[in-house]
Design a binder for this molecule. Structure first.
Ligand SMILES: Cc1ncc(COP(=O)(O)O)c(C=O)c1O
Ligand SMILES: [Zn+2]
Length: 414
């Protein structure tokens, strides 16, 4: 769908699509996309989308700022259309009626971030851009490197040197030029913007590039198709738990729901709950102070993907959570670590940031913020294989034995 215009999510100023590349030229706020279907919902053929045999984010191309030649010539590995599960063991453990887990580890680079990178690559193809730079805690970069490699584009990734080795291995294996900074993700973010200005590379940074939120909105569209549609009564009160660092995944999923609302395909927004780590809670702090300005923190958490000093899409995430009637909460590193084997015992292997979203649901129930009778969906955003060290901290090590039946029986207490 051709984009009608961009609008600043902060000051409201509108821009023609070719007038601006990144954020608002007046105030620096992140940009939202707008389409003619918001005024004329009949332009969109819902049946054609539902009957599409495209099993990827491109099934929603009629709703996306996906440049036609860009996405049609984008032979990306399959991004999106990730499964939603209803794990019986977890549902019973929490005493819930309805619980969905959306498993984003099934994306090509094993995290949610492929959704954003796919749209950025489609845009790069349309604009005939060869080199894309990104700052990343690891996953956005891995996604960018993976998507770029799949279409022969070049990726330059700046990540903190503390990024989990598996993510760095992905970056290098996908053939990106990788630089690890002796500093934070936030410093990498600023450096990558400086580099893209100086060197003319296209910048994919989360929130800053408006195609990131656009790609991430496909998660909201999928949740509609997989969960909300055909379940009228639940459509009215679904709560979605989302791990939050920069806030762009939350803003993206929310944009999907906002577009669906404009189309009249849902009647109200699902309630959005942003889950932050206690040690990286800048947006949570602002929400609970009832403020509109986000003060940076000095982030420290085991969940590296949501370890952010100054969230780069925080204001928009804040706005979307308020608009949905939701809230922010925090979980401790201990709660995050405990959630890893809890999900594991339901057959799901997640990285700490994804475990944080589930720990958030547990905390919300414990604190009386979420009633177990209300349906919930947890967005599990990344694979446990991304951060083995964290998983090893969350579990008991396996005993090592001589290969004899006697020792086996002793070790297993049978
Ligand atoms: C696995 C995972 N979960 C959650 C997040 C948080 O997303 P955002 O920074 O957009 O809030 C990230 C971001 O890197 C991530 O990689
Ligand atoms: Zn603005």
């Amino acid at each position: 769908m051709p984009l009608s215009y961009f609008q600043c999510s902060e000051c409201g100023q509108c821009f023609e699509p070719d007038q601006v590349t990144y954020n608002c030229l007046t105030c620096g706020g992140n940009l939202d996309t707008h389409f003619s279907f918001e005024e004329n919902p009949n332009e969109i053929d819902q049946t054609a989308i539902l009957q599409s045999d495209e099993a990827s984010i491109w099934r929603y191309a009629p709703l996306l700022a996906a440049p036609d030649p860009g996405y049609r010539n984008t032979p990306l590995h399959q991004v999106g259309c990730t499964p939603v599960y209803q794990p019986e063991t977890l549902r019973k453990r929490l005493g819930m009626q309805e619980l969905w887990i959306k498993d984003e580890s099934r994306n090509p680079s094993a995290s949610f971030k492929d959704r954003a990178s796919a749209l950025v690559v489609a845009r790069a193809i349309e604009a005939d851009i060869q080199t894309i730079i990104a700052a990343s805690t690891g996953n956005a970069g891995a996604a960018m490197a993976c998507m770029a490699a799949s279409v022969g584009k070049k990726a330059v990734i700046i990540a903190p040197r503390s990024a989990p080795p598996a993510k760095v291995a992905q970056l290098l294996t996908f053939g990106a030029r990788v630089v690890l900074v002796d500093g934070t993700y936030d410093q990498a973010f600023d450096l990558s913007i400086e580099a893209s200005h100086e060197l003319g590379w296209y910048n994919r940074n989360t929130g800053y590039n408006p195609y990131t939120v656009e790609g991430k909105k496909t998660a909201g569209l999928e949740i509609w198709e997989q969960v909300l549609r055909n379940r009228e009564k639940f459509a009215q009160n679904l709560t979605v738990f989302i791990p939050v660092g920069d806030g762009n995944i939350l803003s993206g999923a929310a944009k999907g729901f906002v577009d669906l609302l404009a189309l009249g395909w849902i009647e109200k927004l699902p309630k959005l709950v942003g889950v932050q780590a206690e040690g990286s809670a800048a947006i949570y702090n602002t929400f609970h102070a009832g403020k509109d300005v986000i003060d940076p923190v000095s982030a420290k958490t085991i969940a590296d993907s949501i370890s952010v000093d100054l969230p780069r899409d925080g204001l928009r995430a804040l706005k979307r959570v308020r608009q949905s009637g939701g809230y922010f909460l925090t979980v401790s590193d201990q709660e995050i670590l405990r959630a890893i084997p809890t999900l594991g015992k339901a057959g799901l292997f997640v990285e700490p940031a994804a475990a944080a979203a589930f720990a958030g649901l547990q905390a919300a129930i414990r604190q009386g913020l979420h009633h177990p009778d209300e349906p919930a969906l947890v967005l599990c955003t990344g694979s446990g294989l991304k951060d083995i060290n964290a998983a090893m901290r969350a579990i008991e090590p396996a005993p090592i034995i001589e290969p004899t039946l006697k020792q086996l029986k002793e070790a297993l207490h049978v």
